[in-house]
Design a protein around this ligand. Sequence first.
Ligand code: HEC
Ligand code: HEC
Length: 335
Amino acid sequence: MSNFFFFEEVKKIKNYILVFIFLVLSILFLLYNNNNPFEEEIDLGIYSMNYDISILPDSPNGNKIKYGHKLFIETSQLLGRKSEKNYVGNSLACSNCHLNVGKQPFAMPLIGVDKRFPQYRGRENKLGSLEERINGCFERSMNGRKLSENSEEMIALVSYIKWLGRYVKKGEIIFGKGLKAINYPNRAVDLNKGKLVFDRVCVECHGSDGQGEKIDDFTYQYPPLWGDNSYNNGAGMTRVLTSAMFIKYNMPNGITFESPILTDEESYDVAGYINQKNRPIKNNLENDFPDLKKKPMSTPYPPYNDKFSQKQHQIGPFQPIFDFYKTNYNIVKNK
Ligand code: HEC
Ligand code: HEC
C-alpha cells in the first residue's frame, strides 16, 4: 500500500524534474546561439529624449551648441571652398551620412559618442580623441583638411555632440550605435545587378550621373554619390561592406532600420557599384592601419596583410578573407 503511494510520488516528481531539465537546456541553447531575446530587444528610448536646439538658452555654451548643430547641417557652405576656412573639399554635410543630425539609429548616430572617447583606433594604431575622430571625417568623408583642436568650429562640433550625449552614461553603448550588420552573399559584387538597383531605386534622387541635385553651388537637395563633390577614396563609406550596411538600413532616404526595402544582396551590389566610380583621391593612404591585420577587409586601397588581390578587397568575395583572418589570427571582421 505505502509502496504504491511512494511510486506515485516519484512519478509526479519525475515529471517536474524533466520539465526543469528541459527549461535549463532551452535557456542554455538560447544563450549559446546568442539568440537571447533579451539582448535583441529594441530600445529606442534614447532617441526620443529632447534634442530640440530651440530649448537652448542664449548663453555662451548654448550658442556653441547651436553653432555646432548648424555646422553639422551646413558644413560645406560654412566651412567649404566658398568660405575663407576651406576645411571642406566637397559638397557634403555631416548630416548627409549621420542622418537626422546625428540622431538616427544605425546611421552612425552621434548620441553618446563622446562617452566612448578617447578610444583605440586601428587606422592610426593608437588611442585617439573625439577631435581626432572628427578630423578623420574632415580629411576623408569631407575630402578636406584638419581643424585645429581649439578652433571655434571644432569646439562647437564637440559641444553639440556632448549635448546630444547628455543622457548617456560613461562607457554605455546605446542601441543603434554605428551601422546594422547584413549577411553579405558569398560571391563578388555583381556590378551589373548593382547598376540595375541603382537605376531602379537611387536615380530618382541621386540622378543617373550620381551627382545628386543642387540647390546652388554649395547646397544640395540630394547629395552626390561619386565624383569631385563626393567623399574621397580614404573614407569609411568607400568600403563596400560599410556602405552596404548604411544603404540597406537608410536608403532610399526616409526608411528606417525597421522598414528596409532592399535585400542584403541588392545593398551589397549597389554599394559596390557606386564605389567603383571615380572620386577624389586622398594622399598617404599607405600609412593607414600601421598594424595591417586590423585593416577592415573591404578597405579598397593597399597594402594588405594577406595574399588576396586589391580587387577582391574592393568587391569580394569576402568569405575567404573573413576565414583567413579568423583561422590565422582569430580576428572576426565585419566590414
Ligand atoms: C560620407 C559619409 C560621412 C560624412 C559626410 C561624415 N561622416 Fe562621420 N562617419 C562616417 C562613417 C562611415 C563613420 C564610421 C566609420 C567606421 O565604421 O569606421 C563615421 C564616424 C564618425 C564618428 C565616430 C562615430 C562613432 O560611433 O564612433 C564621428 C564623431 C564622426 N563621424 C563625425 C563626423 C563629422 C563631425 C562630420 C562632418 C564634419 C562627419 N562625420 C561627416 C561617414 C561620414
Ligand atoms: C528619396 C530620395 C533618395 C533616394 C531614392 C535615395 N537617396 Fe540616398 N540620400 C538621399 C538624401 C536626401 C541623402 C542625405 C540625407 C540627409 O542629408 O538627411 C542621401 C544620402 C545618401 C548617401 C550618403 C551621402 C553621400 O552622398 O554619399 C549615400 C551613400 C546614399 N544616399 C546612397 C543611396 C543609394 C545607393 C540609393 C539607392 C539604393 C539611394 N541613396 C536612394 C536621398 C535619396
